[in-house]
Design a protein around this ligand. Sequence first.
Ligand code: PHE
Length: 360
Amino acid sequence: MMDDIAGVKAKILGQVADAADESALEALRVAAVGKKGEVSLMMRGLGKMTPEEKQVAGPALNALKNEINSALSARKSALGNAALEERLRAEWLDVTQPSRPAQNGTIHPISQVTEEITAIFADLGYGVAEGPQIENDFYNFDALNIPPEHPARQEFDTFYMHRADDTQPPHVLRTHTSPVQIRHMEKHGVPCRIIAPGRVYRSDYDNTHTPMFHQVEGLAIDTDISMANLKWTLEEFCRAFFEVDNVELKFRASHFPFTEPSAEVDIRCSWAGGQLKIGEGDDWMEILGSGMVHPKVLEAAGVDASKYQGFAFGMGIDRLAMLKYGIPDLRAFFDSDLRWLRHYGFASLDMPNMRGGISG
Ligand code: PHE
């Protein structure tokens, strides 16, 4: 009997030590100390023993059962720890890793410059207004004091939309952002201070013209606005935009049907060594058209021109981008050449603002 006990003990403890996982261990427990397990059956055999045999075998079997139970629970907790270790190793996660792959897209120079212009004018208290690119010819022309027979209609190289019949109002691809002046005043009234950036279209194509390009309109209307305010505003804008302190602007008398008086604005620059420098040298470059909004334009937008007046200006965003970032050919903007975009592109998370530096 005692030999049996020693044999069973060695066998079962060996199996416990070798159990690969908790379910194998449970099967061993049932087979050894479960109701019909090997040790339980041996204990049942006690009843048939003599009292002397019982005295020896009883405690030995109890000790065996205890030993097996404690081996089982020791192995069980060892397996539990190992399983936890394994999970911790397999489910490891570096929470300091970026949640997305490194970004490799860039911002197009036109978007960048639009954001820069918006940030500068936002700082001066201007909101942003928008209008449709397919425009009714009333807004693109008539309301801006360009009646049908006006020669300025020819100057614009307008794209006309197809019309089903003559009863439809003619539509055009807007030739400038000025129609947004009318739409904004009609809808929101005056006083107002807005810029309106966006796409415009003219049938023209060479290295300084593309059939689609970008303008930004400016409009400030109130009861006491003068040409002096226009000049200050544009100077302030150019200083911030070109990031040079000594910008110098020249207001050249000009003509637009929608402003009176009108001025085209040139900026002092130098082309020495083929490199453009703003604010120095003896060259002047035209950068925008401007003037005091014509009373007829105010009236067309439902504004009382005897009480209100103000200024408007329109500048080419593409042109400003070429000047600021030294881009020689306008057509490159629209080639979708990734190498070009990466060369001029701007990091997509750098938003221009007046404090962090306007060009990032
Ligand atoms: N709309 C004019 C153009 O496209 C620019 C302009 C806007 C001039 C506002 C004066 C005032 O040429």
